[in-house]
Design a protein around this ligand. Structure first.
Ligand code: SAM
Ligand code: SF4
Length: 384
């Protein structure tokens, strides 16, 4: 798929997990009573209908069930959501339908049902190939259980990916290289490799502040990042985005919708959307709390609590912020159309001299591997 080819994605958020991992600040909640999935299906269906009324006639190119832990959903729930999407929009024949799954044996038993419901790609949160590290991350699965879930995924889905978290306490580049080699041997076409971030309002934040959780220093983190690039590129899985690696052509098309600043609908608690309505790009966000979201949808057919037209400056900033995460970079002409002005050639020249950005043969501007670790500063500089 070309970068400028129009695409429309649908994101569905499932906001529940069996337990809360101490590093995670995603909109995920633990409930001790059973979840009323039929009620969620009605609410998802209503919100899909109300969103489709605002952006009718789209062809859905990608669908992503994210969480939380969508692999706790019954396959029938997933199927009902996919049917609702198909009732309100046209679904492309080659639609990519991804579901995030936790790699436990219980969840793997549902994979066949997901495939029958229409899912064609799974993304598994393996996180580490070291039992001690998994325990420290608060994960409820072992390495063996996770690898068994990956094997089930491989036997059912043509496309699967898994996530690992690196720059964990005490991790050395050599140990990470060995772990990564093992991961690549099990990976198919795609791996997401996230550097551990200490998020506010998580147990890890308190532990880190109290000195009880020590993460690698900047130099080690940089060495771990460099190891990631070397090992993955050497194995034919180069980074196509800061944290995402794929064999060429096997990129997650849904995430490309975000990074290429295309249009997407956000359905479910705490979901974000970008909708193009009468010449404006609108940023939407829904109520985060699951039960409050249900009540809102039941009262007014949608859970949207924020819905703002973006200014051209905001659209242009977002375009840079997202697009420069990609190895393919951005088209400066598209920036100029959004911003109403060109990128500053002097700033580009300075960043180029510093080795942080480069221009491609077809005129795109991209951040170099050396520039990625300081991406925020590069974007701030270009957007200023
Ligand atoms: C929505 S979450 C998880 C999906 C699924 N619930 C799971 O945990 O397996 C997506 C991914 O974000 C990553 N992640 C979450 N919190 C992180 C953090 N603080 N630092 C780095 N990566 C994080 C994890 O790799 C996780 O798999
Ligand atoms: S990492 Fe995954 S399983 Fe853990 S709390 Fe976050 S969303 Fe839930």
């Amino acid at each position: 798929m070309r970068a400028d080819e129009p695409a429309f994605g649908v994101y569905i958020h499932w906001p529940f997990c069996l337990s809360k991992c101490p590093y995670c600040d995603f909109n995920s909640h633990v409930r001790h009573a059973a979840i009323d999935e039929a009620r969620f299906v009605r609410a998802f269906t209503a919100e899909i209908a109300s969103t489709a009324a605002r952006v009718p006639g789209r062809t859905v190119s990608t669908i992503f069930f994210g969480g939380g832990t969508p692999s706790l959903m019954q396959p029938a729930t997933v199927g009902a959501v996919l049917e609702a999407i198909a009732r309100h929009w046209t679904v492309a024949p080659d639609v990519e339908v991804t579901l995030e799954a936790n790699p436990t044996s219980v969840e793997a038993t549902r994979f066949r049902g997901y495939r029958a419901a229409g899912v064609n790609r799974v993304s598994l949160g393996v996180q580490a190939l070291d039992d001690g590290a998994l325990k420290a991350l608060g994960r409820t699965h072992s390495v063996d259980e996770a690898m068994a879930a990956v094997a089930v995924a491989r036997s059912i889905f043509a496309r699967y990916s898994f996530d690992l978290i690196y720059a964990r306490p005490g991790q050395t580049p050599d140990a990470w290289a060995a772990e990564l080699e093992r991961a690549i041997a099990q990976a198919g076409e795609h791996l997401s490799l996230y550097q551990l971030t200490i998020e506010q309002d998580t147990p890890y934040f308190g532990l880190h502040a109290a000195g009880k959780l020590v993460v690698p220093d900047d130099d080690t983190a940089r060495a771990l990042y460099d190891t990631t690039q070397d090992v993955c590129a050497g194995a034919g899985l180069p980074a196509y985005e800061i944290s995402n690696h794929a064999r060429p052509g096997a990129e997650c098309r849904h995430n490309l919708v975000y990074w290429r600043a295309h249009e997407y609908a956000g359905i479910g608690p705490g979901a974000h959307g970008r909708l193009d309505i009468t010449g404006e790009r609108r940023a939407t966000a829904t109520e985060k709390r699951p039960e409050a979201w249900l009540s809102r949808v039941e009262a007014q057919a949608h859970g949207v609590v924020s819905d703002e037209a973006l200014t051209s400056e905001q659209m242009a900033d977002e375009f840079l912020l997202m697009g420069l995460r990609l190895a393919e970079g951005v088209d400066p002409a598209r920036y100029a159309r959004l911003a109403g002005r060109e990128l500053n050639p002097r700033r580009i020249a300075i960043l180029r001299e510093e080795g942080a950005v480069e221009s491609t043969a077809d005129g795109r501007l991209r951040v170099t591997l050396a520039g990625f670790p300081v991406l925020d500063a590069v974007v701030a500089d270009l957007a200023a």
